[in-house]
Design a protein around this ligand. Sequence first.
Ligand code: ZN
Length: 244
Amino acid sequence: MRYGIISDIHANLPALERALEELDKLSVDFYLCLGDIVGYGAWPNECCRIVQQLKCLCVRGNHDEAAVTVGKERWFTSGARACIVWTREVLTAANSAFLRMLPPVREVVGVTICHGSVPDQDFYTTTPEDAMLSLRATKTALTFIGHTHYAEWYALRPGARLPAHVPLPQGGRVELQAGVKYLINPGSVGQPRDGNPLGSVAVYDSDKQVVQIHRFEYDIERTQQKMREVGLPAPMADRLSLGI
Ligand code: ZN
């Protein structure tokens, strides 16, 4: 089976459409979504609808939760907060209900999926020490996380105190070895922050035991224009050109 891994779409419809085109070319059978379908971007309803239509298992992100939970946004930066308040106003009842029922962690087909970390969806995993929190908490050899919008991976060998850490801002391949525990971030579909403005997705091939991270182009200007049209904060649109 080949699984398309998508994370941090952030209501960026042009990026999501291109991500799914790429994954279709890569013959994906099933999708895993690591949360933050909404927030920042101007197409929350369209992105919720598309994710629901996919053959997809999904967990919630902090923005998904904040979009349907008044008060949760108080921990956000002012720009992110303005976006989530706007999102809450435009979300349909059906899409709000969909986001509300998403669980924080799922274990499927020998893989764990979550948003920020296994113990805490809001936690930013940025160091090998951070990665240990998830690697200790999982029973599966392979775990996918999102939330930082960085494409990268951690590998914990038997007996090692900390995992190796490999950033993959240009994409790349991870060959999974037996006995090693992996924590892999596919990067963000709709708001990359690893210095590369291209969107990011991963494919997990469970037969070959390989994870490949792919970067893809999309129409960034179309996304920025729509964000400005609906009145979302300009810095949230501008950052997409820079990948920060
Ligand atoms: Zn996010």
